[in-house]
Design a binder for this molecule. Structure first.
Ligand SMILES: CC(C)(COP(=O)(O)OP(=O)(O)OC[C@H]1O[C@@H](n2cnc3c(N)ncnc32)[C@H](O)[C@@H]1OP(=O)(O)O)[C@@H](O)C(=O)NCCC(=O)NCCS
Length: 161
């Protein structure tokens, strides 16, 4: 698997799984009805570094972004987002993407990374913990999960120092 920076031409391959994940409304605090144009502006935002994972055929099977979470004196704390094609989940792509983005973030001078809203029922919580993130706190009952009802949103953090 190859992980590389995304190009604008990658978007048509990202959109189908982006849409599937956001429309499911189980993991991201984004409008499940987000249009393709709004999604492209959100994910392929020039202020973010965007990455894709390619399988051995060159197909894009996952994507991630890296961006400052805050501005000014706190701009060296990063934020990132991850999506893997649900049809290709559970095969190590998400972990490989996350390890790559953590390495990139440290190399780019970030001092740590924060996730602002990890749905507490998301299996990704365990993935992030295994990579050294801790739950700083949980906003209770913040997320209306379609199967679990009201669940909390974890703020998760990892220091690079
Ligand atoms: C989270 C996500 C990026 C993980 O990608 P992935 O390629 O499926 O993950 P991996 O195959 O690398 O698995 C990583 C670990 O998480 C666990 N895991 C991943 N998805 C899981 C699931 N649905 N159920 C249970 N465990 C899961 C795996 O057991 C694995 O553990 P291991 O490495 O110790 O074996 C992917 O599931 C996804 O895009 N989810 C929807 C969007 C999302 O939740 N993004 C993160 C928001 S915080």
């Amino acid at each position: 698997m190859l992980i590389r920076e995304a190009a604008a031409e990658d978007w048509p391959q990202i959109w189908p799984f982006w849409h599937r994940i956001v429309a499911a409304a189980e993991t991201y605090a984004w409008d499940p009805d987000t249009t393709e144009e709004a999604a492209r502006e959100l994910w392929m935002n020039p202020a973010k570094r965007v990455y894709v994972a390619e399988d051995e055929t060159g197909a894009v099977v996952g994507s991630a972004y890296l961006t400052p979470n805050y501005g000014g004196p706190a701009a060296r704390i990063a934020n990132a987002g991850f999506m893997v094609d649900p049809g290709r989940g559970g095969r190590g792509i998400g972990r490989a993407l996350a390890e790559h983005i953590l390495t990139e973030a440290a190399a780019q001078g970030y001092r740590g990374m924060v996730f602002n809203a990890v749905v507490e029922t998301n299996p990704a919580v365990r993935l992030w913990q295994s990579l050294g993130f801790t739950v700083l706190g949980t906003v209770p009952d913040a997320f209306e999960h379609p199967r679990h009802g009201l669940v909390g949103l974890n703020i998760m953090y990892k220091s690079f120092l």
